[in-house]
Write a protein of this length. Structure first.
Length: 447
């Protein structure tokens, strides 16, 4: 007896249930089962649409929440099982599966596609959990960063943490580490405070120069070295600096600016290049020529840099040169700091645009190897949502420089240094805390 001919309606029913659970059952005349399979999916789709329409930033923030990500994995597995049941049952109602039937192989292909569709988001979620574990307080701290700055690891949880969801301002110190293995000491040449006002319009980015000298310390006395050496030296001498490297730098810059620094993040600038590449590059408008014939690239090789004014789509290599170069014609630490702020603002806009799903695995790998923070994992979600929701249309970008905030002394025994004007610097915190935009002070009179 010859085997029965393949029933083309079997893979058609499976295809309908592949498109939406229950459709294949409705096609097969099983209305009760069709509703049973379809209603939960309809409710889930309605909930997702409502979240996307009403609070997309909160959904973005939840992607930084361990519990939410684990819940996503569980939900993904449940949906996988639900769809598999719908597809296979729709086929089996019409025809018993057999390896000799082309109809069975069509349905098997549909089952394979279903598996792939659910493996991908589970893979994203697992990578996100791994990345959060790395960058959050107590994690592996950005891979190489933990080796560069041992003081980053094992630090205590910040004692004061603002209620960001309640609209409290949060201040984060970002330090850039221009790591090269050939350098004996890795200094914090980039220091930038992001003061985020979740409910208002007075957020600010404040670049703190590395050459500040004689800055007051939180325990009394002054740091008679350049500020960019403080974190390393404090981390190496816990008796003299009981707050440790990170804690001492946070407290010192907070004292300098008249505001509490709540959190800290270290960024490996070489890994930053990988981050830019992982999001497909960035569009940057260059307002003035960058001409640095003495520039050395990230591999410590000479590579003269010349960028004319205009708008460029920069890859990681060019973007890194754009924020590292400081010895070009008419350039300085201060013009470099301004470019760094420009690039950070551009990246924030791109990272919160919600169109990076396909680039997510590469981005997660880059962030894992690039950033270390003292932010507890349970706080990451609310901070991410605050960054997404904050009104950045009136973001103030401030580069602290002479003569308004300090006095330059190129002939000191320590070489070129900047002597801080404490009154002008501490007024920054007073103005931010009072909800006013920061006003540039008149230059101080005197030597």
């Amino acid at each position: 007896m010859s085997p029965p001919s393949p029933n083309p309606r079997a893979p058609l029913a499976a295809l309908l249930s592949f498109l939406f659970p229950g459709l294949g059952q409705a096609y097969n005349g099983e209305r009760g089962l069709a509703w049973l399979l379809a209603v939960p999916m309809l409710l889930l789709v309605a909930a997702i649409v409502a979240i996307l329409l009403l609070s997309p930033s909160r959904l973005f923030g939840r992607l930084f929440d361990y519990r939410f990500l684990i819940g996503l994995i569980v939900l993904d597995l449940v949906l996988l099982g639900w769809r598999m049941i719908a597809v296979v049952q729709a086929h089996c109602h019409r025809e018993r599966p057999t390896s000799r039937s082309w109809a069975t192989w069509v349905t098997a292909a549909l089952v394979t596609v279903v598996l792939a569709m659910h493996i991908l988001p589970a893979y994203y979620a697992v990578k996100a959990i791994d990345t959060l574990d790395s960058v959050a307080l107590g994690g592996s701290h950005g891979g190489q960063l933990g080796d560069i700055f041992p003081s980053v690891a094992g630090q205590p949880e910040p004692s004061v943490q603002p209620d960001v969801t309640g609209g409290e301002r949060v201040n984060i110190l970002l330090v850039g580490v221009d790591y090269l293995p050939s350098r004996g000491t890795q200094l914090t040449d980039t220091m930038l405070v992001v003061s985020l006002d979740p409910d208002g319009k007075h957020s600010a980015m404040i670049s703190v120069p590395r050459d500040l000298y004689g800055v007051p310390l939180p325990g009394g006395g002054t740091f008679n070295e350049k500020l960019n050496a403080l974190m390393v030296l404090a981390g190496e001498d816990p008796k003299k600096y009981p707050l440790g490297g990170v804690g001492t730098l946070k407290a010192t810059i907070g004292l300098l600016l008249g505001m509490r620094i709540h959190y800290f993040a270290a960024i490996n600038l070489l890994g930053f290049k990988q981050t830019v590449d992982s999001i497909g590059g960035v569009d940057i408008t260059v307002d003035r020529t960058v001409n640095d014939p003495t520039y050395y690239n990230e591999f410590d090789q000479p590579e003269p840099l010349y960028i004319r004014p205009g708008t460029y789509h920069m890859n990681g290599h060019l973007a890194l040169a754009f924020v590292r170069s400081r010895k070009g014609v008419g350039d300085s630490d201060f013009t470099r700091a301004d470019r760094q702020q420009q690039l950070l603002e551009t990246m924030r806009a791109k990272l919160t645009a919600g169109n990076l799903l396909l680039k997510l695995p590469g981005l997660l790998d880059a962030v894992k190897n690039t950033i270390a923070t003292d932010v507890p994992s349970r706080r990451l979600a609310e901070l991410a949502a605050a960054v997404q929701e904050a009104d950045m249309s009136q973001l103030q970008r401030i580069v602290l420089q002479p003569p308004e905030y300090m006095r330059a002394d190129p002939f000191s025994s320590a070489g070129y240094i900047l002597v801080p004007d404490l009154r002008a610097l501490r007024a920054i915190g007073e103005q931010l805390l009072s909800g006013r935009p920061i006003e540039t002070p008149a230059p101080s009179v005197g030597p």
